[in-house]
Design a protein around this ligand. Structure first.
Ligand SMILES: [Zn+2]
Length: 233
C-alpha cells in the first residue's frame, strides 16, 4: 500500500509505471502471436479440422442451436452470445493444428459458460450497460474537470475509469475458466494426446496473459490519473 501511496503522489513515477506496463503488454501480445504460429504449424495426429471439433464439442454439451462460422483476420476467434455463433478465424477454421484445436475448445468453453449461467459472466452482463457509458465518457469528464479546475468532475471521471477496470478484472476468471474447460474437454474427448496437449495449453496460457497485461496497463493508468489529479491540488 505504501508503494501505491508513493505512486499516487509522484506523477513522474506513475508515468514510468504506465510505460513499463505498456511494454509488458506489447511483449505479451507478440508472445501470443509467436506461440500460436508455432503450434499452428504442428498438425494434430487425429487430423480433424477445428470447425468439426467445435461442432462435436457443442453437440456433446447439447448446444445444437449454436452455429460455427468463419471470420476474417488473425486471432479474431470469439463466441458471439447474442447471435449464438462460434466464429473461427481463417487460420483456425479448417486447421488441424494443435493451436487451432486449443483455441476452438476455448471458444466452445465460453458457449458452455453462457449456457450454464456462469456467475462471473452474469455479473459482467449486469454491469455492462453502466461500464459501457462510463468507458465512453470518463475521459471527457476528467479533461473538463482538469481544464476548468472542477475537482468533482475529475473525480467522477476517475471513478468511471475504475468501473472499466473492474470489468477487466471480472473478465479474468471468465477467460481462465474457458481455458480450463477447454483442456478438460480436449482430454475427455481425446481430441489431442498428452504431448499435443502441452502445445494447446501453452497457446491458451499465452492468450490469457494478454488479458492480465491489459489489466496491468489499466491499473497503471488509473494510478496515473489519480497522480495527475493530485498534482493539480
Ligand atoms: Zn476467451
Amino acid at each position: 500500500m505504501k508503494i501505491i501511496e508513493y505512486l499516487i503522489n509522484n506523477y513522474f513515477a506513475a508515468t514510468i509505471l504506465v510505460v513499463i506496463a505498456t511494454a509488458f503488454a506489447m511483449i505479451m501480445s507478440a508472445n501470443v502471436s509467436g506461440t500460436f504460429n508455432k503450434y499452428n504449424r504442428i498438425k494434430s495426429r487425429r487430423g480433424c479440422p477445428a470447425h468439426k471439433i467445435a461442432r462435436q464439442i457443442l453437440d456433446s454439451n447439447g448446444l445444437y442451436n449454436i452455429e460455427v462460422t468463419r471470420v476474417g483476420g488473425n486471432l479474431t476467434d470469439h463466441y458471439d452470445p447474442k447471435n449464438h455463433i462460434i466464429a473461427l478465424s481463417d487460420s483456425v477454421y479448417d486447421s488441424v493444428s494443435i493451436a487451432a484445436i486449443g483455441v476452438t475448445a476455448h471458444e466452445c468453453g465460453h458457449a458452455v459458460q453462457h449456457s450454464m449461467g456462469y456467475v462471473p459472466i452474469r455479473i459482467r452482463n449486469a454491469i455492462f450497460p453502466v461500464v459501457n457509458i462510463a468507458s465512453r465518457s470518463w475521459f471527457w469528464l476528467f479533461l473538463l474537470g482538469m481544464l476548468f479546475s472542477f475537482p468533482f468532475l475529475t473525480e467522477v471521471g476517475i471513478v468511471f475509469f475504475a468501473l472499466a477496470v473492474v470489468f477487466q478484472i471480472i473478465t479474468l476468471p471468465v477467460e481462465f475458466d474457458a481455458s480450463r474447460r477447454a483442456m478438460g474437454t480436449i482430454s475427455a474427448q481425446n481430441l489431442l494426446d498428452d504431448s499435443e496437449m502441452k502445445g494447446a495449453r501453452k497457446t491458451l496460457s499465452a492468450a490469457a496473459m494478454t488479458y492480465v497485461a491489459g489489466l496491468m496497463v489499466s491499473i497503471a493508468q488509473l494510478i496515473r490519473l489519480l497522480a495527475s489529479s493530485n498534482r493539480r491540488r
